[in-house]
Design a protein around this ligand. Structure first.
Ligand code: 7UC
Ligand code: FE
Length: 295
């Protein structure tokens, strides 16, 4: 294993000659430290089957199967498939996932600690994912906003981005919406997390999933506070040129691990409609979502 360089343009560190099969416990521990402190680790030249990919994810935490089976790879419920590829045998996975600012499972009681992302088929151009480091976004907030969000909580829901399943055709929309609210009821998380490993403070909101902000007693705070936070953190800039936004680009064989507490991401979907497919394994680690505030 060789930890080489910071990837060009992106923020990640690049690792060559990593083999999930022969990796020692020390190597995995070192990679985990880099993952939390550098936030993105790119393992290059990987050629893994489904079971090997799940095993690799397991080195970084406990894999969790996505709650909606429509995304599952036929050989493993732990592999989430994003794909616009139609096969003779029918479709696998879901097209055009995640093309909005979010953190994976932020709308669930236990959001994932780490996302392991493994592109299988890349478009000719526009290979990559946009990221915002929400520790940096927190530090860059105006003092007014930093003060205003002390001791507050946000509410998160997937409702705007839940995909209609093929079997839902002809169902009344009200019934589908009621089912979404029942399966994935809104969750409340602190607006500012303390990262359990790095100790950094993170602004924990996303344009896709966060829909309300409230004080500790549950009293609603103005919606303009939330939209100001989204704007200052860079999430309302549809040109993606806000200084907080960076593009991490991929080469074939790259397997990308990221810290899903600290980073929010937005998929870059190719306008040319090239065939693309990616696999992901998401894991929980041994730490709670948010660490203790230093006393
Ligand atoms: O289809 C999608 O874009 C999936 C999204 C609503 N959730 C991904 C996640 O892990 O939170
Ligand atoms: Fe995602």
């Amino acid at each position: 294993m060789r930890i080489d360089t910071r990837t060009e343009g992106g923020r990640g560190i690049e690792v060559r000659d990593f083999s999930a099969v022969t990796a020692t416990a020390d190597e995995v521990a070192l990679l985990r430290r880099h993952l939390y402190h550098d936030k993105i680790v790119v393992l290059t030249q990987q050629a893994l089957g489904i079971a090997e990919f799940v095993a690799l994810g397991s080195a970084f935490g406990t894999p969790v199967a996505y709650y909606e089976p429509m995304y599952h790879h036929p050989d493993s419920e732990y592999v989430f498939v994003s794909s616009n590829v139609d096969r003779d045998t029918g479709r696998v996975g879901v097209p055009k996932t995640g093309a909005f600012w979010h953190s994976d499972y932020q709308f669930m009681p236990q959001p994932f600690a780490v996302t392991c992302f493994y592109p299988q088929r890349l478009p000719a151009a526009g290979r990559g994912t946009y990221f915002i480091d929400m520790a940096q976004a927190y530090r860059r907030l105006s003092p007014r906003l930093r003060t205003a969000i002390e001791n507050t909580y946000c509410r998160h829901s997937a409702r705007r981005y839940v995909k209609i399943r093929p079997d839902d055709v002809f169902r009344p929309l009200g019934e589908v919406i009621a089912e979404v609210e029942h399966r994935t009821p809104p969750q409340r998380h602190p607006t500012v997390l303390r990262h359990p490993v790095t100790g950094e403070r993170l602004l924990y909101i996303s344009e896709a999933f966060t829909y309300a902000i409230e004080d500790a007693s549950g009293k609603a705070l103005p919606g303009t506070l939330l939209s100001d936070l989204l704007a200052e953190s860079g999430q309302l800039d549809d040109s993606c040129s806000h200084p907080n936004i960076f593009l991490q680009s991929y080469e074939p064989g790259d397997l990308v691990l990221w810290d899903n507490r600290t980073l929010i991401h937005r998929a870059l979907h190719n306008p040319g409609n090239d065939r693309t497919e990616s696999y992901r394994v998401t894991v929980l680690d041994e730490f709670p979502l948010t660490g203790q505030e230093a006393g």
